[in-house]
Design a protein around this ligand. Sequence first.
Ligand SMILES: Nc1ncnc2c1ncn2[C@@H]1O[C@H](COP(=O)(O)OP(=O)(O)OP(=O)(O)O)[C@@H](O)[C@H]1O
Length: 232
Amino acid sequence: MVSSSSKLVLRISDLAYQWPGAAKPVLRVQDLGMTNEERVFLRGASGSGKSTLLAAIAGVVDVPAGSIAVAGTDVGQLKSGARDRFRVDHVGLIFQMFNLIPWQSALENVLMPCRFSRRRRERAGADPKLSALRLLDELGLSDPTLVSALAMSLSVGQQQRVAAARALIGAPDLILADEPTSALDEDAKTSFLDLLKRECASVGSALLFVSHDRSLEEGFDRVLDITEVNKV
Ligand SMILES: Nc1ncnc2c1ncn2[C@@H]1O[C@H](COP(=O)(O)OP(=O)(O)OP(=O)(O)O)[C@@H](O)[C@H]1O
């Protein structure tokens, strides 16, 4: 139900996707919507298409059939340069491959969206660096040595948290998170998830969080099994 203060951030209609060379489609999603007020947990078996769905929403793969509207824009209609700009303006990604820039520091990586997107910079507060440091601190990375360390010198769990801070900075409309807690210990997992949900709620970013780990479902506004939405 869309309340008067909520806005539709994601609307997928009649999406079909088949990997090049595959014998059959991996995704058939007739209708999926999310508002800015929703933190959604998407679960499903390995190989069921969860990561492919996130890649399609992020515009990382080309979707020939159907439409994926993010913040009212059909990402499939954008040419590649415009799609990249749109993504950095409106979407925060925490993917399995974190895509951090290895030779830049943790802090520089977090600030990256603000360098490429005026919208993210303007939404990151008067001093984006302070916002970046606050996010890193809340994610347990307050040690100045870690903040200034090159991304490639960080542990996988630390890199996951840097990727989360980078996704959150500048309040994008939609955050896509693909198994973002896989390298974290139990305590770090809980505080990471709490922060992610709290930050998204406070700035009004929708969160689509993908995981097999059903112990993480609690506290999400909606839990979806991929088989409810993917009718291949
Ligand atoms: N780059 C790719 N090229 C070709 N096929 C792919 C590619 N990525 C995924 N697939 C195929 O698409 C199907 C769905 O994979 P996907 O990674 O989306 O599943 P998943 O639900 O995210 O799995 P997991 O939970 O194991 O990460 C699989 O059969 C996989 O082999």
